[in-house]
Design a binder for this molecule. Structure first.
Ligand SMILES: [Fe+2]
Ligand SMILES: [Fe+2]
Ligand SMILES: [Fe+2]
Ligand SMILES: [Fe+2]
Length: 442
């Protein structure tokens, strides 16, 4: 059965204001929540942050519109703000910054993997696959700190649904900005699915960046703080990369229409997939509110752009993401593309050998890691806590860790403190040897 949001009634804007009790929702329990309820909660917070921010951009940048429309844009901005609070406040109050961080990276991995497999545009899919391997590695780096600092094991958060192992090493995610810029789609030829996919992942990445910006300093551990700084900077690159896929010639109201449609599609999917009955009610109410927003913006689009909204968003809902385990897909991409790098003009180098000596990202990597790469130091530290790195993966992948590290390793641009393959092998061997000794002591 198809669902056309433009034919649904929704909740009218004047009925969307809620009281503080409703806004400040009761948090879920971190020990009981399903990992994919948490990923939905984290993603919807990001979607709302973008929805709220965009309303302000709209009112700042559009001229010559009726005052009634400007008033309604500002009212909608307030509602986005209230929805954002609810989504964020659903998060467990005793969930540590690192635990929440593992949740953020699980969102990035399983969302991007889903999007890549359901993306009709080949080039956009390639960009999703590229970003996927970077967030996959972030999850691994943070997992080391979660174990060292808080005794948290990866599966306490990801529940065995997402593998935790080296991806494309984080120190090689630092690029010249010019290379991060990708080729944008053509707004008149691209499907609503592609537009919603991009806006969904962009919102998630932007909020991940914001979360690290606001919380990385909350740890006193120097290496951990530096790692937050390092990965936050990569999230900045991810925002740059994903937003560059969007056609900049879309009008402000066309963009507004896509924002509301993206909210509608995401809440619709959350509502369908949610296993927690209490949280599902929020997704249902917010879906109806977004349908109300969509109607108002669709009317403005018709009035100012003199176009039919269905030309942009089509006649039915699309599914941006169903959160579920993506292990097999991620492993496939990892084995194929861990050595891929960004090339000029929105292209990719498919192997490390293709990279020229004057690659524009080398000076960026050499400068940022000139003292050391914090994301490499975290593996050096975990050696003393656990003999080897913390890895949670199916054995088929776990056995390939050294090969993957070798494949993704750059000779140029690598920090002096890089953990080389033979060092990691030694850690793994020591761990295996001492494991039996340690077991005898229990
Ligand atoms: Fe919203
Ligand atoms: Fe990330
Ligand atoms: Fe990211
Ligand atoms: Fe909205």
């Amino acid at each position: 059965m198809t669902f056309n949001p433009l034919e649904e009634k929704g909740i009218p804007l004047e009925k969307q204001l809620r009281n503080w009790h409703q806004i400040s929702a009761k948090p879920y329990k971190k020990q009981k929540v399903d990992c994919y309820t948490r990923t939905r909660q984290i993603l919807m917070n990001g979607i709302e942050v973008e929805g709220w921010g965009f309303k302000h951009q709209l009112n700042r940048f559009v001229n010559d519109i009726d005052i009634k429309d400007r008033e309604n844009i500002s009212r909608m901005g307030r509602i986005e703000n209230q929805q954002q609070m609810t989504c964020n406040w659903l998060g467990a109050s005793d969930q540590s910054v690192l635990e929440t961080t593992l949740g953020y990276e699980q969102v990035a991995v399983d969302l991007t993997a889903w999007l890549a497999q359901n993306e009709p545009d080949k080039y956009v899919k390639e960009t999703f696959d590229f970003g996927l391997l970077e967030d996959f590695d972030h999850l691994y780096r943070y997992a080391q700190f979660a174990y060292m600092r808080e005794g948290v094991e990866p599966n306490d958060i990801v529940h065995g649904q997402t593998d935790v192992i080296t991806g494309r090493p984080t120190q090689f995610h630092h690029n010249c900005n010019a290379l991060r810029l990708r080729k944008h789609y053509d707004k008149d030829k691209t499907s609503p699915q592609t537009k919603v996919n991009i806006l969904t992942v962009l919102s998630g990445e932007q909020q991940t960046h914001n979360f690290y910006a606001e919380h990385g300093f909350m740890y006193g551990d120097k290496i951990l703080r530096e790692t937050y700084a390092e990965i936050k900077d990569v999230e900045e690159e991810h925002v740059t990369m994903y937003e560059s896929l969007i056609d900049p010639s879309e009008s402000m109201f066309e963009k507004a229409l896509l924002h509301e449609f993206t909210e509608v599609c995401n809440y619709y999917t959350c509502m369908e997939d949610e296993t927690d009955d209490r949280i599902k009610k929020y997704w249902e109410i917010f879906l109806d509110m977004e349908i109300g927003h969509l109607h108002l913006i669709a009317d403005m689009f018709k009035k100012y752009d003199k176009r039919d909204p269905e030309e942009v968003i089509g006649k039915e809902i699309i599914i941006p993401c169903r959160f579920k385990s993506q292990k097999a897909y991620v492993q496939k991409v990892l084995e194929k593309e861990v050595n891929k790098r960004l090339a000029p003009d929105g292209e990719f180098y498919k192997t490390l050998e293709e990279i020229p000596d004057n690659w524009a990202s080398y000076p960026v990597q050499e400068k940022t890691s000139e003292i050391s790469a914090p994301s490499e130091n975290c593996i050096r530290l975990i050696k003393y806590y656990n003999d080897r790195d913390i890895v949670e993966a199916d054995s088929s992948l776990k056995n390939k860790e050294l090969t993957l590290l070798e494949q993704g390793m750059q000779k140029t641009g690598a920090a002096h403190n890089t953990v080389q393959t033979d060092e990691l092998k030694e850690m793994i061997d020591t761990y295996e040897k001492l494991k039996k000794e340690k077991e005898k002591l229990i």
